[in-house]
Design a protein around this ligand. Structure first.
Ligand SMILES: [Zn+2]
Length: 422
């Protein structure tokens, strides 16, 4: 059931395209929810010795479709700009992600128990961590991964095709491997430009009774805990179960189960199958009902106000700390740190540096769009600044005890949802 997608393509243009119509249902005009200003590409970081030079920045405008409710960025930037080859994406497979993937495997087997010869395919399979659970369960596995990290998976015995996922790749994999009982895609659904092509390609891979499992950063969590810092150009779309359901329904798929999971500060795992193949669990209606209450027009309007207020509150907090002559170091330079720094307007006069653990490719560079240097975390214990700003604030509960244990004695600023000092 191919859906014709007429939107222009940014990939390969070296530029960007404006989103004129909804990327799922083609409705226009879209409604403006929030504008975070112009953000530089997160992965284009200048080295500390170099003088600043011309740097692009792209508008981060959050739009909502009044028909299918999808929230999307108003600009699609060429992925060659966002993912330059000199910054290879290295797997951030943390314990919480590894545990989550193990749990995904276990849960999936309660929905569709697989036989040994049955195949599981992961799209955006990275180093093969997710698939290793299916492999250890005795099943056939196959990964599709655009970056060279896929080689790591091949070395670990998880067959992986290194390519961007599209129809041609799906056809080839289907020919060679046969149909898959389970297809997974975790945190890829928001990143790829043409959604309808992805869903059609997934259908090509999927057995008649197969199940598609996706995990996406969850819009409801984003709004509830004010994670506006997860808005950046790599994330083209911000899914609720409702908007995902709308998309999948257009392709003859039905959401049969949905569940919130803790990864990335709040995600949602959604199971889908061809219509009528499986009973629809009550979790689907329950989740969509929660979204009705949590993501209505009033709540989204209020979200903008809360974002603006949090910026002012953080600035006021930092003003008093700087006035008293204290130092503030940033901790962690994930992509979301860049959005927060840009939107709040932090510079090297406010944050002396941002610290990363030894081995990070970001050390020795400036935070995008600023002259705030990224340096090794060891500096924290030597300098003992009075305050640190937790830029990975969504894992503050995990971070604070770790930093204390390693010997930091100062105070912690958690910037969101409401700025507070610990
Ligand atoms: Zn729409």
């Amino acid at each position: 059931m191919a859906v014709v997608d007429t939107a222009p393509t940014a990939a390969g243009t070296g530029s960007s395209v404006v989103v004129e119509r909804c990327q799922i249902c083609e409705y226009a005009p879209l409604e403006r929810i929030l504008f975070l200003g112009y953000l530089p590409p997160v992965n284009q970081m200048r080295t500390i010795d170099a003088l600043p030079k011309e740097q692009p920045a792209y508008p981060a405008l959050w739009l909502q479709c009044p028909r299918c409710t999808l929230i999307q960025l108003g600009l699609i930037v060429d992925k060659e700009i966002l993912f330059p080859p000199e910054y290879p994406y290295t797997s951030g497979t943390t314990k919480i992600l590894r545990d989550n993937f193990a749990e995904l495997y276990t849960e999936s087997q309660t929905v569709l128990p697989m036989k040994p010869e049955d195949l599981a395919i992961d799209i955006g399979s990275n180093d093969g961590t997710l698939l290793s659970n299916f492999k250890n369960g005795g099943h056939r596995v196959f990964g599709i991964e655009p970056s060279q990290v896929g080689n790591l998976a091949n070395q670990r015995g998880i067959p992986t095709k290194i390519a961007f996922f599209d129809t041609a790749v799906a056809e080839e994999v289907r020919r060679q491997q046969g149909p898959a009982k389970i297809v997974t895609a975790t945190n890829v659904f928001a990143h790829i430009e043409h959604t309808h092509e992805i869903v059609d390609s997934i259908l090509l891979l999927l057995d008649e009774k197969g199940i598609f499992i996706s995990e996406s950063h969850y819009l409801l969590s984003l709004v509830e805990t004010l994670q506006y810092d997860t808005i950046y150009h790599e994330h083209l779309r911000y899914y609720s179960v409702h908007s995902l359901q709308y998309l999948l329904n257009m392709h003859g798929l039905e959401v049969i189960h949905a569940r919130r999971i803790p990864t990335h500060g709040g995600s949602v795992r959604v199971y889908a199958a061809r219509k009528g193949q499986y009973p629809v669990r009550p979790s689907v209606a329950q989740t969509v009902k929660e979204e009705g209450a949590g993501l209505g027009a009033e709540r989204l309007h209020a979200f903008k106000g809360r974002v603006v207020q949090s910026k002012l509150d953080l600035y006021a907090l930092l003003r008093d700390i700087k006035k008293a002559g204290h130092r503030v170091y940033g901790i962690g330079a994930p992509s979301r740190a860049s959005t927060l720094i840009q939107y709040v307007g932090l510079d090297d006069g406010i944050l002396d540096c941002v610290l990363e653990i030894k081995g990070s490719l970001k050390i020795g560079k400036y935070m995008p769009g600023t002259l705030i240097p990224v340096q090794e975390e060891l500096r924290l214990y030597a300098d003992q600044p009075e305050y640190v700003l937790l830029l990975s604030w969504h894992i503050a509960d995990e971070l604070i005890p770790k930093l204390r244990e390693k010997g930091y004695r100062g105070k912690y600023i958690v910037p969101l949802p409401e700025p507070k000092v610990i």
